[in-house]
Design a protein around this ligand. Structure first.
Ligand code: NAD
Ligand code: LMR
Length: 352
């Protein structure tokens, strides 16, 4: 075992070095994090500082600590340059030239709140930041994390339309955390069989579609890979689905008033950002789930589904694939809530 472990770790080191060397000679990108001083923002920025795909990392927040966070990160011995920007006067400098803008700005939930309860404050924040994107980097890809995602994405789209800067391929609501959670929980329940198949947790994939709140979070467990001998059904299926849908609340309750998921979200956002940069760099077969402009459900202008990422952002919105009756019913049940959240966002943006 010792020698095979050594061989594996040498192979990993070579792959990592090759990846870094590969990216040294490739196009590198400029990325901004708006809300960079927050719980998600700081951790996400730390993860992005380690990316060989990024040449410039711009940290923007209204919090005065932001330039300090940037100085702190700038001492890390990776190649990207980190700069900090605090307050609306500096938004322009943070955004000019950006290829990808990630928005985790806004307040998080406390126990007892729904994500929609955040609308009052976060809607205006996302609107104002998207105005900046429309003015200063209209070609950038946008990854929106701020809740309620089901409404903040339509808000951003309406703002971009007003400025004639809307490209449906470039605005993505980040729902990757739902996928990360689904894969983690599935692995926990099927560890023995997966280990027998010599599969690790990173081999598990579960698409999650719909939106990012309660029953609009729809894990397609029938489409998980690797295929297992015992599919999820009955009460096990119901409990697993509910756990994935309530996982955000699980964290909110456990943090007991001090915020919502930040660390797992930062990792999920970094995964999503990396996939967007891979797409921009022309890598093939980059697939993620995201909440995007879509016509997969004819009555909804936005829906989360699998998307293929490319040099212009979303190259293709993939179909939903074969679903079980249970999954089809979840999609039907989610439509009224999604429609209402979308209309609320659109009305807010149009009236402000
Ligand atoms: P936080 O309070 O720790 O950080 C938010 C940051 O946003 C703060 O630093 C704040 O100063 C900044 N901010 C506020 N207004 C701003 C503005 N106008 N411009 C720039 N920055 C501004 O909160 P957090 O835990 O990092 O969560 C941030 C958001 O992400 C919340 O809305 C939360 O609900 C959401 N979230 C989404 C997901 C998801 O899966 N999409 C997961 C977790 C959290
Ligand atoms: C999550 O899913 O963790 C986030 O949307 C934060 C929240 O409020 O649950």
């Amino acid at each position: 075992t010792t020698s095979s472990e050594a061989r594996i770790s040498t192979t990993h080191a070579i792959i990592e070095r090759n990846d870094a060397l590969f990216w040294k000679n490739k196009e590198k990108f400029t990325v901004a994090v708006l809300g960079a001083a927050g719980g998600i923002g700081q951790t996400l920025s730390l993860l992005l500082k380690q990316s060989p795909r990024i040449k410039a990392l711009r940290l923007y927040d209204i919090a005065p600590i932001t330039p300090g966070v940037a100085v702190d990160l700038s001492h890390i011995n990776t190649e990207s340059e980190v700069t900090g920007y605090a307050g609306p006067d500096q938004l322009r400098d943070a955004l000019v030239g950006c290829d990808l803008v990630i928005i985790p700005a806004g307040i998080p939930r406390k126990p007892g709140m729904t994500r929609d309860d955040l609308f009052k404050i976060n809607a205006g924040i996302v609107r104002d930041l998207t105005v900046g994107v429309a003015k200063y980097c209209p070609n950038a890809i946008l990854n929106i994390i701020s809740n309620p995602v089901n409404s903040t994405v339509p808000i951003a789209v309406e703002v971009l339309k007003k400025y004639n800067a809307f490209d449906p391929r470039k605005v993505l609501g980040v729902t990757k955390l739902d996928v990360v959670r689904a894969e983690t929980f599935v692995y926990g329940l099927r560890k023995d069989e997966l280990q027998r198949l010599r599969k690790s947790i990173s081999d598990v994939t579960v698409p999650v579609i719909g939106g990012h709140a309660g029953e609009t979070i729809i894990p397609l467990l029938s489409q998980m890979t690797p295929k297992l001998s015992k599919p999820f059904e009955g009460s096990e299926l119901q409990n697993l689905t509910t756990r994935i849908q309530n996982a955000g609340t699980e964290v909110v309750d456990a943090k007991a008033g001090a915020g919502s998921a930040t660390l797992s979200m930062a990792l999920a956002a970094e995964n999503m950002a990396t996939s967007c940069l891979k797409g921009l760099a022309g890598e093939s077969n980059v697939i993620e789930c995201a909440y995007v402009s879509s016509n997969v459900i004819p009555e909804l202008p936005f829906f989360a589904s699998k998307v293929k990422l490319g040099v212009n952002g979303v190259e293709k919105v993939l179909g939903l694939g074969a679903m079980t009756l249970f999954e089809e019913q979840m999609v039907k049940n989610a439509i009224p809530e999604l429609r209402a959240s979308i209309e609320k966002g659109v009305a807010f943006a149009q009236s402000s």
